[in-house]
Design a protein around this ligand. Structure first.
Ligand code: HEC
Length: 131
């Protein structure tokens, strides 16, 4: 009897844990905002900044999917804590990036220039990038 029951206990516990994890993850997008950022700062810098996605979106040359991807990346950027500088400054810079990218997605006039202005590499690096 002992031989059968013992392995069943950890197995059942694992199932319960898996169910609980699935439940908390699958709920609403809002629940994910309080979780770990979906992309690290380095990841967003590479995909959005260095590889030119933001430039393409700002120039009006990006597809709808690319515009959405940029919004997602920039939102994730704001979920991170900056390695340097105040959280307040970081939040306002990243929020400006998100709102400009969302305006491009909505097809607003002048949103591209706004996005380019918000993506001031040197300004943000001077304030927030670690040494
Ligand atoms: C809103 C602030 C902000 C803006 C705007 C910004 N960066 Fe960054 N960037 C950062 C921070 C913070 C880091 C440091 C990340 C770390 O140390 O984890 C960084 C790091 C980087 C890195 C190094 C990534 C790595 O692998 O560690 C590159 C490359 C980079 N940025 C490129 C750019 C370019 C190009 C632009 C402009 C088109 C830009 N960034 C605009 C905040 C910003």
């Amino acid at each position: 009897m002992d031989l059968i029951v013992k392995p069943l206990i950890p197995c059942g516990a694992a199932l319960i844990l898996a169910a609980a994890a699935g439940f908390s993850n699958g709920n609403s997008p809002d629940a994910r905002l309080t979780a770990a950022p979906r992309h690290s700062i380095a990841d967003v810098m590479k995909q959005a900044m260095k590889d030119g996605l933001l430039k393409k979106v700002a120039a009006g040359d990006a597809s709808n999917d690319e515009q959405k991807k940029l919004v997602e990346l920039l939102k994730a950027l704001g979920e991170n804590a900056p390695p340097r500088g105040t959280q307040e400054s970081w939040s306002s810079k990243t929020a400006a990036l998100v709102s400009a990218a969302e305006e491009v997605l909505q097809g607003r006039e002048g949103a591209g220039e706004k996005l380019t202005k918000a993506a001031d590499c040197r300004e943000c690096h001077r304030t927030h990038k670690g040494l």
